[in-house]
Design a protein around this ligand. Sequence first.
Ligand code: EPZ
Length: 417
Amino acid sequence: MDKLRIKGGTRLEGQIRVSGAKNSALPAMAASLLTSDEVILENLPFVNDIFTTRRLLRELGASVEFQDDHSARLQAQKILSHEAPYDLVKTMRASVLVLGPLLARTGKARVSLPGGCAIGARPINLHIQGFQKLGASVRTEHGYVEASAERLVGAEIVFDKITVTGTENLMMAASLAEGKTVLQNAAREPEIVDLAEMLKDMGAKIEGAGSPTITIEGVRELRGTKHRVIPDRIESGTFLIAGAITDGSLEITDCTPGHLASVIQQLRDAGSKIDVRADRMSISQNGGLRAADVVTKEYPGFATDMQAQYMALMTQASGTSVITENIFENRFMHASELMRMGADIRIDGARAIVTGKARLSGATVIASDLRASASLVVAGLVAEGTTLIDRVYHLDRGYEKIEEKLRSVGAQIERLK
Ligand code: EPZ
């Protein structure tokens, strides 16, 4: 298993480029199942979750060819299997995104239940209830969700809780349903808007994506399209924090700063200077970092996917900050690893109380999930001595060549095979 070795203490300086958004690319790839035509996707991040999805789509009968320029040609001329097996779903929960497209296009789908994971229980009950509302019969047996329907019929679906992949799954399914579907209390993330744009190019009739109410008028068929995946806002935010924590000066390019408004505001409150242009932003420090409380929320609030990295940053701010995690019930696994590096953090239910500025020292640490790994990387950048991060496969699920990107702006980081 690969490890990352980081020697802390260098200021990051220079330009760093952001890849396409993993969490947009995943539903976009699943959406290719909705048509027998070819779909071309551009700006795919070459990360492990995307390779897992390629494997899944191929098992379902699609052809998927990646090109060196980060584009891919996908075509599901025929669906040969209706099953997302346990083996794949257990490595990547987002496999559940094939449920909606398979059900809508072929009338049946069988997808392994994902089970809990390192950040919480993460049920998919809201996806299932949504499909039932659209007329599918759904049962769970032997650890699998089995859904079937002659043809889905549009309905009003009110989500009890805001769910990103739930909204995406239902939006894809409703695109091929008969009649009108209204999704209420829908997620508003940029990834939802990106998927809606792609589906509209394929012939879907969708209004309101990006607002809490999305209306979808079902059509009989969808066609192929060419779609460019939006930049990864979480990768962008992670680099902002890498810049801030090392007292560095970074320009982050090929990103969409508009998708990071609450992160940018939060970092400004903590003392960073951030200049924003259309597709790039630069960060530098205005003096020392200050403690600033944060609460994670659904978009446009501060993303839960930035919480771990922000916690690492707050260990280096002067004063006490309270970080409240509102989306997942168990997303503080990084805190104990940060404490092993010398951070002063107290966990009290959904709140982490961080007191800075702590002297971090390099240690061997274990990454428990994707964003937890990212927080250990940014902590390692300022820790004294050497930090060794184990289980880097979590990081490789969602960050493309992070060590090369960070090295190009001065970090002393290397991958040990
Ligand atoms: C998406 O997960 C992202 N994944 C996650 O990114 C992200 O952390 C999360 O949204 C929240 O922003 C992808 O887009 C592939 P949810 P998702 O359904 O859709 C509860 C990363 O690091 N819930 O919006 O699975 C759930 O337990 C990852 O890239 C139900 O109760 O998250 C959670 O508490 C990790 N029942 C809350 O809703 C359901 O049926 C929000 O989850 C569905 C969700």
